[in-house]
Design a protein. Structure first.
Length: 172
């Protein structure tokens, strides 16, 4: 295993990416939600939700814990898999950056188990979970630069200018 050879930035819609795996900033229920999670479930179709329900009925009855990751089919997306990870909710006091870093590490671990070579990541926890964008970008880039993996390309797919610029500063 090596460090990912390429970290790239794309501004746009993560559900339009052609990659082996798309990372979903999921909620712990795994049953869809808003933001990236809702977009992935809507565009990917019912096969993703069916596999998420099966995971809830078996291994994750209480939901997927924060910082962990699990894979399902990608359904109708132009990918083979969706890797669902639950980011931490940011609170001014008591927020644990190690949990956010774990989302990225665990997603790469799952990608490695699947044999994925290209993985698209959103800016995990920066939407309704309110993690400050600059800090989230720093944690994401540092974690992915220091995590051994067989993944050859990590693609950050960022929804708006603010996110793109924060990640661009970290990739410098």
């Amino acid at each position: 295993m090596t460090i990912p050879t390429t970290l790239t930035l794309v501004q746009g819609d993560i559900t339009r990416q052609s990659v082996d795996a798309i990372v979903n900033a999921a909620n712990s229920s795994l049953l869809g939600g808003g933001g990236v999670d809702g977009a992935i479930h809507r565009r990917g179709g019912p096969a993703i939700l069916a596999e998420c329900r099966a995971l809830r009925a078996s291994r994750y009855g209480k939901g997927l814990p924060t910082g962990r990751a699990v894979a399902t089919t990608a359904g109708e997306l132009d990918a083979r898999w969706v890797i669902h990870t639950v980011g931490p909710v940011y609170q001014a006091s008591g927020s644990d950056p190690a949990l956010l870093a774990s989302c990225y590490r665990e997603s790469l671990r799952v990608a490695d188990e699947l044999g994925a070579r290209t993985v698209a990541f959103p800016a995990i926890s920066t939407g309704v979970y309110r993690w400050p964008m600059d800090d989230a970008a720093r944690i994401a880039v540092e974690t992915l630069r220091n995590t051994p993996t067989i993944v050859e390309e990590v693609r950050f797919v960022l929804f708006d200018d603010r996110a793109y610029e924060a990640f661009a500063r970290q990739l410098g």
